[in-house]
Design a protein around this ligand. Sequence first.
Ligand SMILES: *[C@@H]1O[C@H](CO)[C@@H](O)[C@H](O)[C@H]1NC(C)=O
Ligand SMILES: *[C@@H]1O[C@H](CO)[C@@H](O)[C@H](O)[C@H]1NC(C)=O
Ligand SMILES: *[C@@H]1O[C@H](CO)[C@@H](O)[C@H](O)[C@H]1NC(C)=O
Ligand SMILES: *[C@@H]1O[C@H](CO)[C@@H](O)[C@H](O)[C@H]1NC(C)=O
Length: 413
Amino acid sequence: MRMAVVVLVVAVVVVLGCVAGGGAAEEGGEFAAVKAVVVDPAWRFPSARLRNAYVALQTWKQTAIFSDPKNLTADWVGPGVCNYTGVFCAPLPDDPRKVAVAGVDLNHGDVAGYLPPELGLLVDLALLHLNSNRFCGVVPATLRRLRRLHELDLSNNRFVGAFPAVVLELPALRFLDLRFNDFEGAVPPELFDLPLDAIFLNHNRLRFKLPDNFGNSPVSVIVLANNDFGGCLPASLGNMSATLNEIVLMDNGLNSCVPPEVGMLREVTVFDVSFNSLAGPLPPDVAGMRKVEQLDVAHNRLSGTVPEAVCDLPRLKNFTFSYNFFTGEPPSCARVVQADGDRRNCLPNRPAQRTPQQCAAFYALPPVNCAAFQCKPFFPSPPLPSPPPPAYPGPLPPVYPVPYASPPPPPLY
Ligand SMILES: *[C@@H]1O[C@H](CO)[C@@H](O)[C@H](O)[C@H]1NC(C)=O
Ligand SMILES: *[C@@H]1O[C@H](CO)[C@@H](O)[C@H](O)[C@H]1NC(C)=O
Ligand SMILES: *[C@@H]1O[C@H](CO)[C@@H](O)[C@H](O)[C@H]1NC(C)=O
Ligand SMILES: *[C@@H]1O[C@H](CO)[C@@H](O)[C@H](O)[C@H]1NC(C)=O
């Protein structure tokens, strides 16, 4: 009889976990389901931390994982949590004699379930990699207890609901990958004030304009594609000159001119603002991107002549500006423009251009007044030196791979 009651309670939590969200279980005390996991009193745990980790991982396995076709959690049995598949322990940075669970990596696990609030018991976690699984529901607010969490990869799952504001409360967070989920609504501007190194938000249902503090972000990589943001391509990008390496703002509905400040991005290697509504000329200042290799401004409403200095950029390998209204392409562009990279413009003597009628209709419109978009100007201030990266968790096995290589199966484009 008692068993039946327990099973019923678990079933309710399960439904709330993916429909109303895992947060529901937090209301009756943060870890309401803790009772569900039995800890054998005969077991000796090296520390209370590892006992808590046992409760967290067993609650996950027993109440919140519904399918595990690769049997990744099959060996999640008994008190030896450091031996569980996908669970990595490491000495604590401030007390190396003590071992704690520092990483959980179920990447490409195809596991279905949700994240129970008890995961907040893994207070020493530095890495949580759940890329390419079938986790659903919302991200539990109890994750704010993970004061050492450095990398959070929830990409390619079935998470829903508002942007998980809990990520704003994680002081050690540097790598945030939420792409390929169903998060919806706005992204809090505070995200761009955090000391993050990488942000991936593409392929969600997010909707917001890039805020004016966008350029405060010290990221080296940021991908916000396919989220229909709208608004200005912010001039504050100029504030990212020392740190930004790759930026993809593809298909965000950006509706402004290209601010000359983009030329301040002297470290950028990938710059992609394709599939937006950017208008006016491509400013010659773009030639300030001395390290750019991939440059994509295709599918916009850009006009005038392609600046020769851009095509002459020494490291440029692939410059794509198809589906615009350019009227001139300097000969030196031949080196960096791939076969189809200039199609559907208004270029004389180039194949596959727009019809003369389309070009005439476009150029009959009044010239673009960039000031009319009322984008906020940028006045640079001297940059602060960035802090050194934290040492924890040091020699852990799952060192995060290069962001562009690691992501989930669905391609970015
Ligand atoms: C997982 O375990 C089940 C039951 O033991 C087994 O039938 C199945 O083949 C295992 N799957 C894999 C991928 O090892
Ligand atoms: C973990 O596995 C190792 C090697 O198989 C074993 O010696 C050790 O006792 C296990 N630890 C725990 C806590 O189960
Ligand atoms: C540039 O970014 C820093 C934070 O990285 C911020 O404090 C500063 O106000 C920004 N400068 C401008 C002019 O936006
Ligand atoms: C060049 O860039 C375009 C658009 O970004 C891409 O579709 C194409 O595959 C790239 N070509 C090469 C050779 O890298």
